[in-house]
Design a protein around this ligand. Structure first.
Ligand code: GRF
Length: 194
């Protein structure tokens, strides 16, 4: 049975594309049944529509860093109604709270562009450069109500190279993300993660 996945994203959606392509290639026994974005013109919505996956904009309400509670309840209900079993955050730029987290216990995951617990929050690749790190990478973790604080599921390392700019380091981290995130989703789909 294919694992039903719901995706939330705010940006270009390259991680969503990596997961959708891995599913289409038969590498993950899963199906993306719904893509939601808090940004009306986010690339992730166009990518989903191109793949004929149900996708829509959700007006987030008056807060900048989270959904208004009644909106988050509606998002949780929409995901449940679509039969979603795993919620995948792919470049989603808001924090989640009880309405969604309680509806999907240990079934909301995120990818973050650093080796957590180092460099939580925004532009983590820039934080790594500023700190003079020799190694960076990405982390897939369970989502809790903190910022990038949930239990770590898997990590991939990339080197920081001489002459790296924030852009070149972020690009190298994203290559690693596009390998790691589909691998982790596949482990969920195969029932290997409890
Ligand atoms: C990724 O770098 C991810 O680590 C972070 O947001 C970015 C999303 O990129 N959480 P995309 O929208 O998947 O291309």
């Amino acid at each position: 049975m294919a694992l039903k996945i719901g995706v939330l994203g705010s940006g270009k959606g390259s991680n969503f594309v990596a997961i959708a392509d891995a599913i289409a290639a038969g590498q993950i026994p899963a199906e993306v049944v719904l893509v939601l974005s808090d940004v009306p013109d986010a690339g992730i919505l166009a990518q989903a529509i191109q793949r004929r996956i149900p996708a829509r904009y959700v007006e987030p309400g008056k807060f900048k860093t989270r959904f208004e509670p009644h909106v988050e309840e509606r998002v949780a209900a929409a995901l449940r109604d679509a039969g979603v079993e795993l919620v995948v955050l792919a470049g989603f730029m808001r924090m989640l709270r009880a309405p969604l987290l309680d509806a999907f216990p240990r079934r909301v995951i995120n990818i973050h562009p650093s080796l957590l617990p180092k460099h939580r929050g925004l532009a983590a690749w820039k934080q790594a450069l500023d700190a003079g790190d020799a190694v960076s990478g990405c982390t897939v973790h369970f989502v809790d109500s903190g910022m990038d604080t949930g239990e770590i599921i898997a990590q991939a390392e990339v080197p920081v190279l001489p002459g790296d700019t924030p852009e070149t380091l972020h690009a190298r981290i994203q290559v690693a993300e596009h390998r790691l995130y589909p691998e982790v989703v596949a482990r969920f789909a195969r029932g290997e993660i409890g």
